[in-house]
Write a protein that binds this ligand. Sequence first.
Ligand SMILES: Cc1ncc(COP(=O)(O)O)c(C=O)c1O
Length: 583
Amino acid sequence: MRREGRSRSAREDELLAAARRLLPAGVRTTTGDPDDALVIAAAHGAWLRDASGREYVDYLLGSGPMLLGHAHPAVVAAVARQLARGGTYLLVSEPAIALAEEIVRAVPCAEQVAFHGSGSESTLYALRLARAFRKRDVVLKFEGGFHGMSDYALMSTQWTAHPAPYPEAVPNSAGIPRAIAGTVLVAPFNDAETACALIDRHHDALAAVIVEPLQRTIPPAPGFLQALRDTTARRGIPLVFDEVVTGFRLAWGGAQEYYGVVPDLCALGKSISGGHPLSVLCGRAEIMGLVDPARARTGEHVMQTGTYSGNPVSCAAALAVLEELRRPGTYERLFATGRRLMEGLREALAAAGVAAQVTGEPPCFEVWMTERPVTDFRATLAADRARHARFTRDLLAHGVVKAHEKFFVSLAHGEAEVALTLEAFRAAAAALAGESAAEGRHAGESPTEGRHAGESPTEGRHAGESPAEGRHVGGAPTAEVAAHRERAHGVPAAEIAPANERSAAALAGETAAKGGRARGAEAAEGGPAGSQAAAEDGPAAGQAAAESTRGNGRANGMSAAPAAARTRRRGNGTAAGPPEGER
Ligand SMILES: Cc1ncc(COP(=O)(O)O)c(C=O)c1O
């Protein structure tokens, strides 16, 4: 089990040498140290096994997708069944239609669905769709937020060593055209006042505001997401939630259910399909409808397709995953495991006297080696990365693999895995404290005595007392989300039960009713997007100004249903380089 005392086999050495020769980006470690490279031979449940036969409790989970654990029998069986019927068709298939129905039922903002192959594709298409809908070019994102690998997304992410003054965007890769940075504005996460002021100032240039509702592992401050919702709705700007990590992980309805704020568009990925390439873009039908090829004649059609979009094997896997996730008590169990781990981590660090913060939500969280509260990206820059790497290496030595920047918890983590992990936390924290003491003695200082993880001012906000904690986890949705579902489904929320409790006929009827309502609503609304806005403040930049003018000139029926109008209609505010490549 433990890595210590067992050396790498000759075979694994050979494989790593070949990988280094052939795959310039392919040899990843979770610690940043090339000596810690592993070749994975197999994975089952919560365990990874490397090519030398060493085993590890896995909190990397393939960067998040393996929420049920590896090689879950129901997923393996579903994939095998579908493979026997053919691997891919391009044409629509029964698993894809059934999955779309499930998503529309589960995710509050989802009226229509498009399938893609990766989270990067779905966020890219969300932004393209929003640009076409709003007839504007500029996108506002949050500093430290990650939305995948497109040129537009790879700006001021978590890998930004030197942030620029807001709202300037910093590209995170060579090879991104310089002009792209001019189409992205950056705001501070969890600072509603600054973010909303930027949205107000640049509203006439903005096509979309995109946010990770749980930014990496930083939970939204109370009211932050709602402030974004209110401001974007008032300005008619689509709000995009990137739920590639949080979808079906924080709750059945994702972060929008968990935090009780409903966006206009949403990207899902990772946890939905048990390790099979699949992502989803879903949202309001009046925006999603722009991808309909029948629009080609109107010049409004938004291109977004790929060879594997809606791949039936991935869709079959996703249906099996959702079947498991909706079992009663699933999210309670996931959260109970995550809470024990977060608390155990905090306690281990506190007992060892290590200054640290543990942030996140129980299904995915992180430790930061700093005594400062971590509530936004810039606070993460104060954390001691070398100490974090040492801690991660020590965990690995004790048979625990964590992701480079978070712990992902799965439903396969049970008593034995948790016990082993808590022991590893204690050992790694004690080792860190020992190093601090030695360093302190060396420098003639006292160790980090007394600055316990448990004493930080933010402590407690992140685990048991998060604003959403206990409200939405597998329990009753917020009134806002329930009302949204009720409106969308056209039936009382209390009657909306999981799909497996209903007949296929009832399901088909309900989905049709939801689509019909959306189209009817679209026809009933009018007025150009942001017409009030157009009379107000100037745009972000000259290019944005030109685009905005063009956009106003082209305003037509499709842009005539801004989020603000929907908000009024609905009567509430909810209408509308990675060091090791691991995210
Ligand atoms: C929040 C978020 N959005 C988008 C992506 C991109 O997804 P993919 O790696 O499937 O392209 C990731 C990947 O880590 C992510 O964490």
